[in-house]
Design a binder for this molecule. Structure first.
Ligand code: GLN
Length: 274
């Protein structure tokens, strides 16, 4: 089959399956099969697809029609300045989280801890952007840690990755602690898009309670794991700014709320006393 015909058929199948952004998703899957950037598909309309390429294309399109996220199908997501391997064991890094990375790069620090690192996207982006720094990534999932280690290796960043349950398993102090914890309340899970709810790891999305459990643990233990005057940055859901700020204020920190590119409250900065 010719590429131009495959493009149209792939997009049509996704449209029929009710996938929002069907043409863009079809192009991302087709481009990944051909190992080119999606923008190049337009200039190679007469390229013939081999049987193997077609098999992978229609396999990927069938998966997307079942709402599997494109990042899981193609196996990667571009985040901040790098390409990260993504699997079913990790949250798909979101553009909203780049707000946290940018906030972290506006702060002074030489050592950083990322709790619930997943793909390692936050930690690896930070270490790659600032030379002379060191970092540790933790996660409760060994499978996620394997992905993070692979990403660090591919991107060429040195970091320590080990299993921990928030601070349980963490030793020492860091200038900066960052986390994008599971913050969706259990009763809000049913409202999520099927792409997220059916395919992404539940333990990366929800605490199974009110969405604030992780912040309670993170705020309570921060003073024991930050160097004096250190900073904490956590991603939040847009409605959680005041609840999360209050938890850090109660732990003795000053807080500031940072919006994402859409203007929604997305990150809480907690500054601990020197
Ligand atoms: N931002 C994610 C979502 O809305 C949630 C990620 C998280 O809980 N840390 O799907």
């Amino acid at each position: 089959m010719k590429l131009s015909d495959a493009r149209v058929q792939a997009a049509t199948r996704l449209q029929q399956a009710g996938i929002e952004g069907f043409a863009r998703d079809a192009d991302r899957i087709l481009a990944a099969v051909l190992a080119v950037e999606p923008g190049r598909l337009r200039i190679m309309p007469d390229r013939d697809l081999s049987d193997a390429e077609e098999d992978r294309l229609w396999g990927g399109i069938a998966a997307r029609a079942q709402h599997q996220p494109v990042a899981q199908i193609v196996g990667f997501r571009d985040f901040y300045a790098h390409r990260f391997m993504v699997t079913r064991d990790t949250l798909d890094p979101r553009p909203d989280t780049e707000t946290l990375v940018e906030a972290a790069l506006s702060l002074p620090w030489k050592s950083v801890l990322d709790m619930g690192t997943g793909t390692g996207a936050i930690l690896i982006s930070l270490l790659a952007a600032r030379t002379g720094t060191s970092g540790t990534g933790t996660d409760i999932s060994e499978a996620a840690l394997d992905v993070a280690r692979r990403n660090a290796q591919i991107i060429g960043v040195t970091a320590a990755f080990h299993r921990a349950d928030w601070y349980d398993g963490v030793d020492g102090r860091f200038d900066l602690i960052v986390s994008n914890p599971p913050y969706i309340a259990l009763d809000e899970m049913t409202g999520l898009a099927p792409d997220v709810r059916l395919w992404e790891p539940e333990s990366a999305l929800t605490d199974g309670k009110d969405g604030l459990s992780a912040y309670r643990v993170i705020a309570a233990g921060a003073a024991r794991h930050l160097t004096p005057g250190g900073n904490m940055l956590v991603e939040i859901g847009p409605s959680q700014a005041s609840d999360v700020s209050a938890l850090f204020n109660d732990a003795g920190a000053l807080t500031r709320v940072i919006p994402d590119l859409d203007g929604r409250d997305r990150v809480v900065l907690a500054q601990y006393p020197a």
